[in-house]
Design a protein around this ligand. Sequence first.
Ligand SMILES: N[C@@H](CCC(=O)N[C@@H](CSS)C(=O)NCC(=O)O)C(=O)O
Ligand SMILES: [Fe+2]
Length: 253
Amino acid sequence: MAFRCFSSLGAGKNTLVFRQLFDCVSSTYTYLLGDATTKKCILIDPVLELARRDFQLIKELNLKLIYAVNTHMHADHITGSGHLKRLSGCKSIISKHSGAEADILVTEGDYIDFGNHKLRVLNTPGHTNGCCTFCFEEHGMAFTGDALLIRGCGRTDFQEGDAATLYNSVHQKIFALPDQTLLYPAHDYNGLTVTTVDEEKRLNPRLTKSLHDFVHIMDNLKLGYPKQIDKALPANKVCGLYNLPEELKDGLS
Ligand SMILES: N[C@@H](CCC(=O)N[C@@H](CSS)C(=O)NCC(=O)O)C(=O)O
Ligand SMILES: [Fe+2]
């Protein structure tokens, strides 16, 4: 399977290991965040079919995976969390409002620690009830899941989607972050990799509108359902290990 990989070190802090990884099938970004000093690392939004790729990279970088974190219960792909738990012994994390099982359930104000670094959890519902944005204040970064996409946002026509709730989440939580905050989404369908709070406040074609107009836009997107939704939702409710396709069961034990 082909995939793109982008990598960089965090500005001015040589203890951060950061990789943006991509799944071409679902256009999902997986983020590897590691602490070079303690070797502890986490993955945000891993994809089942690429869990071995991610684990191999972690081993090559001499890191130890401690958490597989999901920004929400994904509808378009099966999370790699369950497989990574088996491969590495890490723990899974998701919002307590997601309706999904995980080893650790988080909510607003909680922190996800990895070595000398930590992410602050913001609840940003609207695409789903359990959508979180993870703020990495030390490096001016935030991982927005499907709440905010680059020049777009998560759809609100299934799971517990609610356009007004999403609008308020973005305006009150994500747009309240410093303007230069780098925003990393869970997907991009146009080849873009990162944006900023300032860019989206000025240029997002949906979220620059009034609440009324935003709701109208979201009610009329007319998107096709994600191709993998029927297998992804039941699997992701239990960390990705339910009803796995036969070909993916090989090598999991
Ligand atoms: N074609 C893809 C699904 C695309 C899609 O619905 N993406 C979601 C995020 S994954 S739940 C979304 O919210 N999109 C918003 C948009 O404006 O595109 C597939 O078949 O998997
Ligand atoms: Fe989603």
